[in-house]
Design a protein around this ligand. Structure first.
Ligand SMILES: Cc1cc2nc3c(=O)[nH]c(=O)nc-3n(C[C@H](O)[C@H](O)[C@H](O)COP(=O)(O)O)c2cc1C
Length: 322
C-alpha cells in the first residue's frame, strides 16, 4: 500500500507516536524521532502561537544537530496535530506558523481537513487525518488527505466504539491509500498485527505516555502502570466526545464515575473547560492492561523493535493441514 515518500525507508519501526494533549511536549517528540519513530504533538500544547513557533524552531534545530552528530542513526520526521474545530481561534494563526516552518507532517482532527491539505501540500508536506468511523474517512478522502489514521475502540483520548479489527478492514474496502491504525497498540506484536490487518503504520499514544520523556506528571504515569482495563471509564459525558478516562483520576477530583453529569455539547479541544478537564481527569486507553514500566523512549522502541522482528518471524499456524 502506498506509503508517502516522507516515511519510506525513514523509520526504525512502522510507528507514529500519537499527539497527546498536555503530554506530548518537545522532549517526547525529539526522543521519539531520535529513536526512529515519528514524533508528533498537538499544536495546542504550545501556548500561545509564539510558543509554537519557538517549539518548531527548537525541534527542527535539535533533530538536525542530532542527525549531524549521529550520521548512522535513523532519525524520523516530526509532525504537528492541528485541531480543525470551528471553536478553535488558534487554527488560522497556527496553520500559518506550520506553513512558515514547512512542518513535514501534519495530522488533523475534529473537523474538515480541506484547508490544511491545501496549505500543507503547497510546500510539499504530508497530511493525515484522524478518523473514528468510515463515514468520517470518506469525507477526509474527498478532501485529498495523504493518509487516514483509524482510531479504533480502546484508544486513549477520543476513541471510536468500533473495534480496530472492524474499522480498519471497513475503511480498507474503499480506500487503497496509506492507513494508520491506532487504539491499544503498545508493543511490537501489536504493530505487526496492525500490518496484518492492512495498515501501513501503527499509531501509539498511551504506551508513550508512560515514558521518562513524556510531560505527564509522575502520578499520572504511575496510574497508567497500576491501572487495568476495569479502571477505565468510556464516556462522552465529560468532553462531549466519547473518550477513555482513568477512573482513579475522576475519583481523586470528586467526580463519581458512576453518576456522571449529562452529556456536554462538544466544545472542541481549546475551550478552557476542556483544558482544565484533561489536566485533572486523565485519559488512557486499553493499552494500560500491559503497561508495567516507565522506560526511556529509546529503550522502549528498542524493545518494540525486537518484538516486531519476532512477530515477523512467526511460523504458519500448526493448525493448517499440510
Ligand atoms: C492523554 C491523551 C491525550 C490525547 N490528546 C490528543 C490530542 O490532543 N489530539 C489528538 O488528535 N489525539 C489525542 N489523543 C489521541 C491519540 O492521538 C491517539 O489517537 C491515541 O492515543 C491512540 O490510542 P492509544 O492511546 O491506545 O495508543 C490523546 C490521547 C491521550 C491518551
Amino acid at each position: 500500500m502506498p506509503l508517502p515518500a516522507l516515511f519510506r525507508h525513514a523509520l526504525r519501526l512502522p510507528v507514529i507516536g500519537a499527539p497527546m494533549f498536555l503530554v506530548s511536549f518537545p522532549p517526547l517528540v525529539k526522543a521519539l524521532c531520535q529513536a526512529g519513530v515519528v514524533g508528533t504533538f498537538p499544536h495546542v500544547n504550545a501556548r500561545p502561537t509564539a510558543q509554537l513557533d519557538a517549539w518548531l524552531t527548537e525541534i527542527a534545530a535539535d533533530l538536525a544537530a542530532y542527525r549531524a552528530a549521529q550520521p548512522q542513526a535513523v532519525v524520523a520526521p516530526h509532525g504537528v496535530n492541528l485541531v480543525v474545530h470551528r471553536s478553535n481561534p488558534r487554527f488560522e494563526p497556527d496553520l500559518d506558523v506550520v506553513v512558515q516552518h514547512r512542518v513535514p507532517f501534519v495530522i488533523t482532527c475534529l473537523g474538515h481537513p480541506g484547508r490544511v491539505v491545501d496549505a500543507v501540500h503547497g510546500y510539499g508536506g504530508t497530511v493525515f487525518c484522524d478518523v473514528t468511523s468510515a463515514e468520517h474517512a470518506r469525507k477526509c478522502i474527498d478532501a485529498g488527505v495523504d493518509g487516514l489514521i483509524c482510531v479504533g475502540g480502546g484508544a486513549g483520548g477520543h476513541a471510536s466504539a468500533q473495534s480496530s479489527f472492524s474499522l480498519v478492514r471497513e475503511i480498507r474496502r474503499f480506500y487503497d491509500g496509506c492507513l494508520v491504525l491506532g487504539g491499544a497498540i503498545g508493543d511490537g506484536w501489536q504493530v505487526r498485527a496492525a500490518e496484518s490487518l492492512g495498515a501501513d503504520l501503527a499509531y501509539v499514544g498511551t504506551r508513550f505516555l508512560a515514558t521518562q520523556e513524556s510531560n505527564a506528571q509522575p502520578d499520572y504515569k504511575q496510574m497508567v502502570v497500576d491501572a487495568g482495563v476495569a479502571d477505565l471509564v468510556y464516556t462522552d459525558r465529560l468532553s462531549g466526545v466519547p473518550a477513555n478516562f482513568l477512573r482513579p483520576s475522576l475519583q481523586r477530583h470528586g467526580v463519581d464515575p458512576d453518576a456522571l453529569p449529562p452529556k456536554r455539547p462538544d466544545m472542541g479541544s481549546l475551550a478552557d473547560h476542556e483544558a482544565r478537564l484533561w489536566k485533572d481527569l486523565w485519559s488512557a486507553g486499553h493499552g494500560v492492561a500491559t503497561i508495567d514500566d516507565v522506560p526511556t523512549v529509546q529503550a522502549l522502541v528498542q524493545r518494540m523493535a525486537d518484538e516486531y522482528r519476532a512477530a515477523c518471524a512467526l511460523p504458519r499456524s500448526a493448525a493448517l493441514a499440510p
